[in-house]
Design a protein around this ligand. Structure first.
Ligand SMILES: [Zn+2]
Length: 447
């Protein structure tokens, strides 16, 4: 598997690997078919739970006739990994692994994922490809403020940057004043971080009297949480860089499953390594191009942990038309939200990123907010706390709140209570932002 190696062959002009990124849709489908059969063989031979499922679906690997046959197989969900904690779905014994990562596991057991040396190498290739697509070039200094550790963000971005031939400053998250100083002193060209942490860096820089727009930063590789176009504008204006959306999830690999190219009209999903489907979250039926649905991913080259039809919970749309950049791989339009984060407020479905899109950039409001969901009587009640911009008089808070309530109601159709709070009073993220406090179940979710 993964016979094609792709490192270090990028065209220096456009960061493109022509053979792999611009192959015809037919060639891509043929490659996917070969690799799907390999990954089914691996799962069938080495993961008893997968063999049972494949047999039940009549999907013995050698009987596979086309990519669509895979639709006979039931979906995998996150609890399948938890139910087989820690290594029960691995296709390799522990002593054949090169690394293990795990999710933070705010509720119950963490989700554990594993990689062979080959898996790590392909991950580095795909993250390098993603960075090259966003304009990062060999030799660019990369400041990596994703958290290092069990979370896949830090080491994923790190390995990709190294594979591309970039020196890395492995700062990890936190110590924000020091991050600002290092950005100015070292002159990094590329910042890797969650979007909420990028904003926290910008804010601390402003408090220190440092103008990061005058630093060497030109490119931001931001991911691991959904973020709005309004947040992108805000981050770009304050950091003086061009911000790119990176998509990934540890169950499938980590960052680099998909990434925006310089056209920024969707994230190219790397179809030579993953099979992407979009399904109706209620019925599981396929959704046509352009319609919204839940992203389902099958890994085509993972050795240690083959994932077959994994429901990501991410709601998005797909586009198969060729991109202006020349890449033929499909585009995943910006993820608007994760199904788990969707709030139902008096019958209206609301994603935190929709609220963000309305609030961020409004005059007088800072891009720091938190949603609090409460039960009042038999009804769910949404309260939004949003910070005023520094310098706004407290006497103006009430008018700002009234305007924001009106805009939320007219843009999203939901009635919310809005409290404007003083600058700096809401918690700042050093990784994934906790946007929602759900007091109905006493839990906090990242959005
Ligand atoms: Zn493109």
């Amino acid at each position: 598997m993964g016979a094609i190696t792709e490192s270090r062959h990028f065209s220096s002009a456009v960061g493109l690997h022509p053979t792999l990124e611009t192959m015809s849709r037919d060639a891509l489908a043929a490659l996917q078919f070969d690799r799907l059969r390999d990954v089914l063989r691996n799962a069938w031979a080495n993961v008893p739970w997968q063999r049972t499922r494949l047999d039940a679906a009549g999907l013995q690997p050698d009987a596979l006739a086309g990519l669509d046959d895979l639709r006979r197989l039931p979906f995998m969900v996150k609890t399948d990994l938890r139910d087989h904690y820690p290594f029960g779905l691995f296709a390799r014994p522990v002593d054949a692994l090169a690394r293990v990562h795990a999710s933070s596991g705010t509720t119950g057991k963490p989700t554990v994922v594993g990689y062979t040396a080959g898996d790590l190498s392909r991950w580095a290739d795909l993250m390098a490809r993603s960075m090259a697509g966003a304009g990062v070039r060999r030799g660019d200094l990369v400041h990596n403020a994703y958290g290092y550790g069990l979370f896949t963000g830090g080491l994923g971005a790190h390995s990709g940057a190294e594979r591309l031939g970039c020196p890395v400053v492995p700062v990890s998250g936190g110590g924000t004043e020091r991050q600002v100083a290092l950005l100015m002193d070292f002159g990094a060209r590329v910042l890797c971080a969650t979007p909420s942490y990028a904003l926290a860096i910008a804010e601390v820089a402003e408090q220190m009297g440092v103008d990061l727009r005058r630093s060497g930063l030109r490119i931001g590789m931001f991911g691991a949480e959904p973020w709005s176009a309004a947040m992108r504008d805000e981050i770009e204006a304050r950091l003086g860089l061009r911000a790119y959306d990176v998509y990934g999830l540890s169950e499938i690999m980590g960052p680099g499953v998909a990434c925006e190219c310089e056209c920024r009209n969707g994230l190219h999903g790397w179809e030579d390594h993953f099979l992407f489907e979009l399904v109706d979250p209620e019925t599981g039926a396929p959704v046509p191009d352009g319609a919204a649905g839940e992203l389902v991913i099958t890994t085509l080259t993972k050795e240690a942990l083959p994932m077959l039809r994994y429901r990501t919970r991410d709601i998005t749309r797909l586009a198969h038309a060729r991109c202006d950049c020349g890449r033929t791989h499909l585009r995943i339009l910006r993820v608007t939200g994760r199904n788990d984060d969707m709030l139902i407020i008096r019958g209206v479905n609301v994603y935190p990123s929709q609220i963000e899109a309305v609030l961020v950039g409004r005059p007088g409001l800072a891009p720091h907010y938190q949603l609090v969901v409460e039960r009042r009587g038999s009804l769910d009640h949404l309260r939004i706390e949003v910070e005023a911009q520094p310098g706004v008089e407290p006497a103006a808070f009430e008018v700002l709140a009234r305007e924001a309530v009106h805009h939320i109601k007219s843009m999203i159709g939901v009635s919310a209570e809005i409290t404007i709070v003083a600058p700096g009073s809401l918690p700042r993220s050093q990784g994934k932002a906790a946007r929602v406090r759900d007091l109905r179940q006493g839990r906090t979710t990242s959005a």
